[in-house]
Ligand binder design. Structure first.
Ligand code: UD1
Ligand code: CA
Length: 484
């Protein structure tokens, strides 16, 4: 249905119960700010225009909204004089609107685009002046109550503070999401008064005004009330975050992802998983992480903005902005920092830290190493305990290791340095100069054994005793040996 839809997102209130330097709607769940979730739902309705009303911390909120939705209009509410006042400044920013105006709050992270769209369509199909998205809740405290007449028609909304004891018994509440005929809203806002318990201009009073004018008012009762629940404090934020996560994890399981333990699996809203991915307990997939089919992640991984190839295996790993090739293996206890790229079939093993490191197909860094600012060619094996010494105390430098090289244990590559294709190094080598292709680099001198050193220099210690006992045994073994 082609429609003229204006969506107003209310985000001016301070949210003092968060007790935070950060504005309420900027608090995050599921890897997005609360207002980010709302804007994503709003964008899914493909509205003609979106207006965000900002007030408290308007610079931060404005910058955030503009980053997420560059063409979002912004309206500044100088005085927080109520939801009616907020929508009034929104319509000052747009100019007179026809079509439908949908109003939503900026703190409802579970809101779904389909819900908004269906609500707007129903409002339009019924040709109402006002539609209210309502919910029936166990504890209606704090909400505006829906007043209906004996025929069940909606007559108005009364706020908690203005309600009579009898009205407070009503369990049908205003979710805060309303749809209006734009032209009617424009003129009704001018008729609002602040003659109420809070001294505010209530948007909800527009419902009563529509009834006075003999216009049609209706409500849609939402089944899934969590979608319109706002987080006012951090306990509610965590509860909604957990519910959001349950929904995301369930959705991925329905889409063919195996999740062994949904309770300890956290998946952000923007993560993308392929069929037959397996997630083991204690795993967090965050940000814009993408996992290809048949990959197995976990247990105990935190991957933020990572790309994991098909069939890769990632165990007990912390990674950020890393790309892991298909069939590669990572972990346990690996730390992948930004700019890590592991090729197909490659390996980053236990206690290995990587940063700005491009590791080729089939290349391996199996044990106890730091690989920073490096390029390692395909098929190369880096020995255990290798340090890519990339920092001279002032600047960072790069190390390049060629294809099919074999470097030995306990090496230090002092950058900038290049090790050629097919080159090798000896154990304990400190590579300070380039190694040509195919060469063996050794920097440690030939080994010298100084006989009897322990007896002379460590006399009386267990070390000297052990050495003496071994010599005696050796002598005996030699005596016993049959002669040639
Ligand atoms: C509002 C509704 C109530 C509904 C409830 C749902 C009114 C008068 N009441 O009550 O019927 O049940 O939401 O949560 O509308 N805001 C502004 N500027 C303002 C005041 C508020 O932008 O001057 C924004 C807030 O940031 C928030 C939203 O509007 O996002 C709702 O405001 P809030 O103060 O929470 O309204 P409630 O009293 O909860
Ligand atoms: Ca509220």
């Amino acid at each position: 249905m082609p429609h003229d839809l204006t969506v107003v997102v209310l985000a001016a209130g301070g949210g003092t119960r968060m007790k935070s330097k950060r504005m309420k709607v900027l608090h995050e769940v599921g890897g997005r700010s609360m207002v980010g979730h709302v804007l994503a739902a709003v964008q899914a309705t493909q509205p003609t225009r979106i207006v965000a009303v900002v007030g408290h911390q308007r610079e931060e909120v404005t910058a955030h909204v503009q980053q997420l939705v560059p063409d979002c209009l912004l309206a500044v509410q100088e005085n927080l004089d109520g939801t009616g006042g907020a929508v009034r400044v929104a319509l000052e920013a747009t100019g007179p609107v026809s079509g439908t105006v949908l109003v939503a709050a900026g703190d409802t992270p579970l809101l779904d685009g389909d819900t908004l769209l269906r609500f707007a369509h129903e409002h339009e199909a019924a040709e109402r002046a006002v539609s209210i998205l309502t919910g029936v809740v166990d504890d209606p405290f704090g909400y505006g109550r829906i007043l209906r007449n004996d025929d069940g028609d909606v007559e108005g909304i009364v706020e908690e503070k203005d309600a009579t004891p009898a009205q407070r018994e009503i369990h049908e509440i205003n979710s805060g999401i309303l749809a209006f005929d734009g032209e009617f809203l424009g003129q009704a806002l001018g008729r609002l008064t602040n003659d109420n318990a809070k001294g505010e201009y209530y948007l909800t009073d527009v419902v009563g005004l529509a009834r006075e004018d003999g216009l049609t008012v209706g409500a849609h009762v939402i089944d899934d009330v969590k979608q319109t629940e706002g987080a006012n404090d951090r306990a509610q934020l965590a509860a909604l975050g957990a519910e959001l996560n349950r929904r995301i994890v369930t959705r991925w399981m329905r889409d063919g992802v195996t999740v062994m333990d949904p309770a300890t699996t956290w998946i952000d809203a923007d993560v993308v998983l392929a069929e037959d991915v397996t997630i083991l307990p204690g795993t967090q997939l965050l940000g814009a992480t993408v996992v290809a089919e048949d990959a197995v992640i976990g247990p105990d991984c935190t991957l933020k903005d990572c790309e994991i190839g098909a069939g890769a295996r990632v165990v007990r790993t912390h990674g950020e902005l890393a790309v892991i090739g298909g069939g590669a293996t990572v972990g346990p206890w690996s730390y992948l920092r930004p700019g890590t790229q592991l090729g197909a079939g490659g390996k980053i093993g236990a206690f290995v830290e990587t940063k700005n490191a491009v590791i080729g197909d089939g290349a391996k860094v199996p044990h106890l190493s730091y690989v920073g600012d490096a390029e390692i060619g395909e098929g190369t094996n880096i020995g255990a305990g290798t340090i890519f010494a990339n920092y001279d105390g002032v600047q960072k430098h790069r190390t390049t290791v060629g294809r099919h090289a074999r470097t030995a244990s306990n090496n230090t590559f002092v950058a900038p340095v290049e090790i050629g294709d097919g080159a090798a190094t000896g154990a304990g080598t400190v590579v300070r100069r380039n190694v040509p292709p195919g060469a063996l680099a050794v920097s440690t001198g030939p080994q010298r054994n100084i006989e009897g050193w322990a007896a002379r220099r460590r006399a009386g210690t267990p070390q000297a005793e052990a050495a003496a006992a071994a010599s005696a045994q050796d002598a005996e073994d030699t005596d016993d040996a049959p002669g040639p």
